[in-house]
Write a protein that binds this ligand. Structure first.
Ligand SMILES: Cc1cc2nc3c(=O)[nH]c(=O)nc-3n(C[C@H](O)[C@H](O)[C@H](O)COP(=O)(O)OP(=O)(O)OC[C@H]3O[C@@H](n4cnc5c(N)ncnc54)[C@H](O)[C@@H]3O)c2cc1C
Length: 475
């Protein structure tokens, strides 16, 4: 008779992707729903708490628990089935975006919603209800989830669809791992007719131009995302390079069919076929620490004009979506302090004014993000949604090891959050490390927060599921 060894808890340093928050925790990597249930029962009996974790790609403290227990689901990574007729995949929660697209593309499908890195797991994507560069058109990740099994802290497996468990379905998706653990999900992917997209680079002179391009193209484009040079001042404030992409119609790109081979979709591991990309982050570290980011951004902006002249061009889905995966461990360029990302979601009517104020305040305070990414969004039906009918500007700040400067950055972001919340804006917990407890109800409204707390009491009455984020927000 063979027995499977039970995994054991191990002491590890568990941080957010940005490395600036998190700390020591005991980590267990289950390989089955039974092992998750056993871990729930064990820790509940001890009166402790558990943080669920996928690939740890949330920038802040959404999947960390300093001094606590962390259940890392990344080893539950089997694709249980892929229906080539419908494009629906049945997966374990640790299956990554990369695992999914590699399976789907071979059948002529592509995930409807993907993040800027393919390392993200399906469990983490559902818990945060992630969005892609097509949020304005196809909505959020939750909108392509057909069903899931949720293992609740009480040990109950609840099968959820929009029809059978509408409330739990819409709250567990977006519920940042507070109501139970996804153990199995069914995800609908979409048909594609080429392994490539048609892509345009469009230079945006300033913030107003950037926003105008989003409005002009959102009715026709499949994907829109703009890189923003946050060092641009005066008439150049908010300048950047928009990328627009369109899917190709059946028969439009016969040579593109060979890119259904997953190997040809993956991002290359070397630069110019020679230099290992793992060697690039030290160079980027130099740009951050020698204060050359403004210059690098200016050069990138200038290069945008050349890209615009050569547009449109054809690019694989992988190369278009996963730009950030081109440089492995790029976040190390912000060591030793790490980075935080701050992504305000601002309603359309206030977009230009509030985003301009945010950029100006960052510049005046001397905390200029080295990266800015602008997107267009639409509302979605999930309880703890971060989406608005409007814009988001994701801003990456390098964090100083100097305590006073670090605290000043946190205070600045909290002030910026007030500007956003005053106009009915929202925040996204995958990208947050700074929001105060008092902001939680302002993000969602008292009634929604009350409903979420009721669901928490019902499905997790002893508050087994906790993270540093949930404690910070007072969930
Ligand atoms: C380079 C980069 C680019 C990114 N680009 C985007 C983007 O374009 N759009 C976007 O929306 N986001 C983006 N993100 C953020 C990322 O998509 C989210 O943080 C996502 O939730 C990370 O998934 P994960 O598997 O790493 O989960 P973690 O970060 O490990 O966990 C996220 C949350 O999910 C919960 N969780 C994890 N697994 C489960 C489970 N099985 N059941 C229940 N709860 C669970 C955790 O408790 C936590 O609250 C990006 C992140 C990085 C690092």
């Amino acid at each position: 008779m063979t027995t499977t060894a039970q995994p054991t808890w191990r002491d590890e340093d568990v941080r957010g992707f940005g490395m600036a928050v998190g700390g020591p925790a005991q980590v267990l990597r289950p390989t089955s729903a039974e092992q998750i249930a056993a871990a729930f029962a064990e820790v509940a009996a001890q009166g402790g708490s558990i943080a669920l974790r996928g690939a740890g790609c949330s920038y802040g403290d959404a999947a960390t628990s300093k001094g606590g227990r962390v259940l890392d689901l990344s080893a539950m990574n089997r694709i249980l089935g892929f229906d080539a007729e419908t494009g629906i995949a049945t997966v374990e929660p640790g299956v990554t975006v990369r695992d999914l697209w590699r399976r789907a593309i071979a059948y002529g499908y592509w995930p409807k919603v993907v993040s800027g890195t393919m390392a993200v797991t399906m469990g983490g994507a559902a818990a945060m209800n992630i969005h892609g560069k097509n949020n304005f058109a196809l909505g959020s990740f939750g909108e392509c989830v057909e069903s899931f099994d949720l293992l609740t802290p009480g040990g109950e497996q609840v099968h959820c669809t929009r029809e059978s468990q509408p409330e739990l379905f819409h709250a567990a998706i977006s519920g940042f791992g507070m109501l139970g653990c996804f153990t199995r999900l069914q995800i609908r992917t979409k048909r594609v007719h080429s392994g490539r997209l048609r892509v345009w680079g469009i230079v945006a002179r300033d913030l107003a131009h950037n926003l105008q391009i989003l409005e002009d193209l959102r009715g026709t484009a499949d994907y829109l995302v703009s890189w923003v040079d946050l060092h641009g001042k005066g008439v150049a404030l908010g300048r950047g390079l928009m990328h627009r992409a369109e899917q190709l119609a059946p028969g439009e790109d016969p040579p593109g069919l060979r890119y259904f081979d997953p190997v040809l979709q993956d991002v290359p591991t070397t630069l110019f076929g020679v230099v290992p990309k793992g060697w690039l982050w030290p160079g980027m570290w130099g740009a951050v620490h020698l204060r050359q980011v403004a210059l690098v951004n200016w050069l990138k902006f200038q290069a945008g004009a050349r890209e615009q002249r050569h547009s449109p061009y054809l690019q694989t889905h992988g190369a278009f979506h996963f730009l950030l995966d081109y440089v492995p461990r790029w976040q190390w360029m912000t060591k030793p302090g790490g980075l935080i990302q701050f992504q305000p979601f601002v309603p359309f009517a206030h977009g230009e004014r509030v985003l301009r104020q945010i950029v100006e305040r960052c510049q005046a305070a001397g905390h200029v993000p080295y990266l800015g990414v602008l997107k267009r969004h639409r509302p979605d039906p999930f309880l703890m949604t971060h989406a608005v009918d409007g814009y988001s500007l994701a801003m990456d700040f390098a964090v100083s090891t100097n305590r006073r400067r670090r605290d000043a950055l946190w205070r600045l972001c909290q002030e910026l959050a007030d500007l956003v919340l005053d106009v009915g804006g929202r925040f996204y917990y995958a990208k947050d490390a700074v929001l105060l407890q008092s902001s939680f109800a302002r993000v969602h409204g008292e009634a929604t927060v009350g409903r979420f707390r009721e669901l928490k009491r019902r499905w997790d009455p002893n508050r087994l599921l906790q993270t540093d984020l949930s404690r910070r927000l007072g969930v």
